[in-house]
Design a protein around this ligand. Structure first.
Ligand code: 5GP
Ligand code: MN
Length: 343
């Protein structure tokens, strides 16, 4: 690891921090566990060091992330538009976590480009678009939360990493690695985890808060998807599921209910690429997951204006659900050479 760059980053950012009057922390649209965990961890870290900050998200995040300390004080742009915009425009130091292209800020994308604040990115996605003034980027990191921990300790802030900060960082790492089943082969990740455990976190409780808090409806929706909606394309080692607006309505769907469904087809023997298509009011949200070398980031960016990581990416489609799925099936042969079906 090139700690030289990390040190330079910390120096630059911390010089700004001591002068900053309004510190704002922002993460990406459809915030996930890493986005929420990282943002709240940084907010608590700053508070412990005597700096107050506001946390803003472009839109809502699922209920299973709302147990995190500080969750109630976050400002959601889709709910409190004027307030969120005022906070971002008045910031003089803006931390953007877990994204590296302005379009990932959703409806705040234009605003962050215009904002006069000194802009800092901490992120682990490939291909940053260079709109920030300082960037800490490492695609080998399991999560933004892991990188954030590095920033905190290299800034000499060990005393400010309390159990709240540690819980949020742990939740971020756990979420982005599917509880350490992918994106988590670097020893550095486990060094950080071991430090977090020393801070007295209850890792089993964090797991339960995130993964054992679903509704009965969600469980039945999963059953429906696996039973009725799973399509397996053995010849391409691929599988997908989809949910239409009416199916969501029939199952009393609420935000987050289909979180993680995309991973299930990967446990079928011979399947190394899985997709999930979710119909929303004005677009179809796509999620891609893979095992091994199949590059979902390439697939998402070349076909669906999306992106992400090697093994986990997403995108959006303005086509109908049916046309989106047809497009997926039609481009698949370019990426996956057909092979003999499993016996
Ligand atoms: P998910 O499938 O959980 O929504 O997203 C998986 C990964 O893909 C995350 O790292 C997320 O940041 C990225 N991702 C999801 N949707 C989009 C998108 O529309 N555009 C880009 N560039 N990345 C996305
Ligand atoms: Mn992440």
């Amino acid at each position: 690891m090139n700690t030289g760059n990390y040190n330079k980053f910390c120096e630059t950012v911390n010089a700004r921090l001591t002068r900053a009057k309004k510190i704002v922390i922002l993460s990406h649209v459809n915030p996930d566990g890493d986005a929420v965990g990282s943002s709240l961890a940084l907010c608590h870290f700053f508070a412990n060091a005597g700096y107050s900050s506001d946390v803003v998200f472009p839109n809502e995040y699922p209920d299973f992330l709302k147990w995190m300390p500080g969750s109630r004080d976050t400002v959601i742009h889709s709910r409190r538009k004027k307030l969120a915009e005022k906070i971002v425009m008045e910031a003089d130091l803006l931390f953007m976590l877990d994204f590296n292209t302005s379009d990932r800020a959703g409806k705040l994308a234009e605003l962050i480009k215009e904002a006069s604040a000194f802009k800092v990115i901490i992120d682990h996605h490939p291909n940053p678009d260079g709109f920030a003034d300082a960037i800490l980027s490492n695609t080998k990191a399991s999560s933004t939360a892991e990188l954030l921990y590095r920033y905190m300790e290299l800034s000499g802030g060990n005393d400010y990493i309390d159990s709240r900060v540690s819980e949020c960082i742990y939740a971020g790492i756990m979420s982005d690695t599917g509880s350490f089943s992918y994106n988590s082969s670097e020893p550095e990740t486990y060094r950080v985890l071991s430090e977090l455990l020393k801070n007295g976190i209850d890792k089993d409780a964090i797991y339960s808060n995130v993964y054992d808090n679903y509704s009965e409806n969600r469980m039945r929706l999963l059953g429906f998807c696996l039973d009725k909606k799973l399509v397996v394309l053995h010849e391409y080692g691929a599988a997908y599921m989809s949910l239409s607006l009416s199916e969501k309505e029939n199952h009393k769907y609420i935000r987050g209910d289909a979180e993680g469904f995309v991973n299930y087809p990967l446990s079928i023997k011979g399947i190394d690429f899985a997709a999930f298509f979710m119909e929303n009011d004005d677009h179809v949200k796509l999620s891609f997951r893979s095992k091994g070398a199949f590059d979902t980031n390439k697939f998402a960016s070349e076909n669906f204006d999306g992106g992400g990581h090697l093994n986990a990416s997403g995108g959006e489609s303005k086509l109908s659900l049916k046309d989106t799925i047809n497009k997926f099936i039609s481009v698949l042969p370019k990426y996956k050479t057909g092979r003999l079906p499993d016996k």
